[in-house]
Structures are given as C-alpha cells and as structure tokens.
Design a protein around this ligand. Structure first.
Ligand code: AMP
Length: 414
C-alpha cells in the first residue's frame, strides 16, 4: 500500500507554517493585554459532551464528528470545536467556585468530516477565546474590541463584521419566535431545499442562514428575530449597539445570522473577509448563557469566539525575514563543531554544513539561510588560531582571535 495523507488533512511546514506562527504570536500578545490565560483541553472528549452542548441536530454533531470507541467501548469524539471542552473543563475542575470571572484562550486543531475544499479542511486550527461570568454587554464589547485589535495587529484587510441577537430560552423570546418562524416556513415549504424542509421541525433557525439561493431569497421575508426579542434581550442588544457606536466599531446588522450551534443565546457575530472566496467566514462567536445548565451545572453567563487560523493564514502577508544568525564555514570538523557550540551557548543562532563540502558550496548555503555573519575557518585562520568574521550585508571582513569570538559577537550585536 502506498503511503498517503488522510483526505482533508494537511502537513504544514516551511513557508506555509509561518503565517500560523505569526498569528499565534500576535494573538498571545493581544490576549495578554486583555488578561486572558491559555487553556489546553484534550482533543478527545466523551461524544455526549458535544451531542448535548452543540446539539444533535446540528451538522457538526449530526454529520461531521470523528467518532471512535476506546478499548472499553466508550464512545469518544475528536473535538469539532473548542467551547464545549472549555466549559467541561470549568465544570469538572470547579473553576467557577474559585473565581467570579474566568478569561481563557486556546489554540488547537479541530476535526470535522466536511467536504474538503480551499479553506475547508477536516483537520483545521482555531484560535478561541471564552469569557465566563459577565452577563452585561460590556463583555460582548470587550470580545469584539479584542478581535478588532488582533485583526489590526496582524494587518488583516477587508474584514467586515456582522452582528445579530438570537434571543434567549425564555418562553416569550426564542421559543415564541421559533413558532412564528415555523409558521412562516410551512407556508413556503415547497420551495425550500431538502435540508431546510427537514430543518423546519428540527432546527428552524438554521433555515435563515442556508446558502442555497432560493432558500436565502425566501427567508428575506421571514419574521425577524431581532424584532421578536423579549424585553431583557432587546435591551441587551440595544445597549451593545450603543457601546459599539461609542467605541466607533464598524459593523452591520444581519438579522439572518444564527451561527448554527444550539448553545448560543443573545449576541452572535461573524467576521468575513473578501479575500477568502467561497469559504469567507474568518471567525465567529457569541453568547452562550445557557450552556452550563445544559450540563446540569449552575448557570454562568458566557461569551466567546473562534477564528479559523487556516483561513487567517491565507489572508495575511508575512514580512520578509530579517537577516539573522551565523554560519560557520570550514573543513576542520572538531574546530568548526566547537565554534558552532560556543556560538549557540552564547545565545546566537548558528548553523554549519555537516558534510563540510567545498567552501563555495558552504557559502552558498550561508546565503540561502540569509545569515548575518559568516565565520570563516580557512587554512590561515587554522594556523594562527584566528577566525575571519564576514558581515554579509556590508561584505566587510575582520580577523579576530578565536578566543575573543563571543566577546566580539556580543559587541557587534544590534
Ligand atoms: P464555526 O464556529 O463553525 O463558525 O467556526 C469558526 C471558524 O473556524 C470559521 O469561521 C472558520 O474560519 C473556521 N472553520 C470552521 N470549519 C472549518 C474547516 N472545516 N476548515 C477550515 N476552517 C474552518
């Protein structure tokens, strides 16, 4: 059998991985400014966690999860998203008992058995943030401001930002809206796609963001959820919008944005980018004030978002690498090895040619690595216990005593 990679999965290395590293590094910086801490949860969770939290009727749980049985017959899922795992961790570790507020971020792979295409993979990477403990729209604002800050920092252009409110579980709010929407959908049932016909009963809100053009057109006339909110949800939504205006955040209202997963309540938002083609959602999030109760835990008002790192990586430009590091050129394996080791010990990135090929070839390698300095150990240098140091930008060369190397490097550091 010929070896091949699993469909929909990617190996990332070389230039491809650079935008991932850059975005992760910037995200760490920004999250620290807002006092978010890293959390790492396992890739495997009990299948039940997602079935209950995300919802059996969602595509993610119903069709896309990677499931396996462990050796004892327990059903496990490779996480398709991060929020349920983080909430599970807060509950199983009793973290809300010790804190009034919790602010977490995570990076990591997620798994969904979707049809692969550009920007859509079966293993993809998310950057996510969850904020637990605050019910007022200040938390929603903070999330959105942080997201915008990160986008600015990674120089992400052409992003647009949409928000909506999908109400709460109170009888007079989303449940009442669902009934109104179902009535409307029954009236146009014949013209909906097959999936949407099924969704009328199972998950009617999802019909609103169906991408099939005729469904999308028909639902333009559907009752609007943002016009059917209960008093508290309406107030929350209005307050958030006035805060966004106060902070000069540009956004548009999309009353058909529902985000698909069961656990959302009130505020939902998504970020799109022109540069992404068909898969144009760079990230999304929202409130999930009811999720802890789904797991029989005390309620905790919560909000979060997740960004698709694979997609952000397609959008950003990685600045050219600055020349850095040292390359040692020579043919005496022992002395070259010692010089390389002392450079590294002193904190300088250093490389050499383990094949000790011709001088010309070693210089070629140094050029390819874009090093700042080449240390030359030729015949004269070997004889005199010296080293020639060539500055690659200026092509200037000086000769120094070998034992003065670290001091010389430190002095010529920028
Ligand atoms: P979701 O919570 O499903 O909206 O996912 C959040 C973000 O993750 C999306 O906006 C995408 O950028 C990214 N994402 C979701 N599914 C995939 C996938 N299969 N491949 C690549 N990125 C994805």
């Amino acid at each position: 059998m010929g070896l091949k990679i699993v469909k929909g999965m990617r190996d990332l290395q070389g230039e491809e991985i650079e935008p991932f590293q850059l975005i992760e590094a910037k995200a760490r910086e920004i999250f620290a400014l807002y006092n978010f801490q890293e959390i790492r949860t396992p890739i495997l969770e009990q299948t039940e966690l997602f079935a209950r939290g995300v919802g059996e009727e969602t595509d993610i749980v119903g069709k896309e999860m990677y499931l396996l049985e462990d050796r004892r017959g327990q059903s496990l899922a490779m996480r398709p998203e991060g929020t349920a795992s983080v909430v599970r961790s807060v509950i199983t570790n009793n973290l809300m008992q010790q804190n009034k507020l919790l602010r977490y971020f995570y990076f990591g792979p997620m798994f969904r058995f979707e049809r692969p295409q550009k920007g859509r993979y079966r293993q993809f990477y998310q950057i996510g943030v969850e904020y637990f403990g605050v019910s007022t729209p200040d938390a929603d604002l903070e999330m959105i401001l942080m997201l915008k800050h990160l986008f600015r920092e990674i120089n992400l252009q052409k992003v647009s930002f949409q928000i909506n409110s999908i109400g709460c579980q109170a009888e007079e709010c989303r449940p009442a809206y669902k009934v109104k929407l179902q009535e409307f959908l029954q009236g146009v049932k014949e013209d909906l796609c097959e999936n949407c016909i099924r969704r009328i009963d199972t998950n009617p809100l999802r019909v609103l963001d169906c991408k099939v053009p005729k469904c999308s057109q028909l639902t333009n006339d559907a009752p609007r959820i943002d016009e059917s909110l209960c008093g508290d949800c309406d107030e929350h939504y209005k307050e958030l919008q006035s805060l966004l205006k106060e902070h000069k955040v540009e956004y548009s209202v999309n009353s058909k944005l529902v985000r698909g997963l069961d656990y959302y309540s009130r505020t939902v938002f998504e970020v799109y980018s022109d540069g992404l083609g068909a898969q144009n959602a760079a990230g999304g999030g929202g409130r999930f004030d009811g999720l802890f109760q789904v797991y029989d835990a005390d309620p905790v008002p919560s909000i979060g978002f997740a960004l698709g790192l694979d997609r952000l990586a397609m959008l950003i430009d990685v600045p050219e690498k600055k020349e850095q590091g040292i390359f040692v050129v020579g043919h005496d394996r022992t002395i070259v090895g010692k010089i390389v080791a002392s450079c590294r010990e002193a904190g300088f990135s250093c490389m050499y040619d383990p094949f000790l090929s011709s001088m010309k070839s070693q210089f070629r390698q140094a050029n390819r690595l874009k090093v700042k300095k080449v240390l030359i150990l030729g015949g004269d240098e070997l004889k005199n216990n010296t080293l020639s140091v060539k500055d690659m930008a200026s092509s200037q060369q000086t000769t120094i005593n070998r034992e003065d190397l670290v001091q010389h490097l430190n002095e010529s550091k920028e």
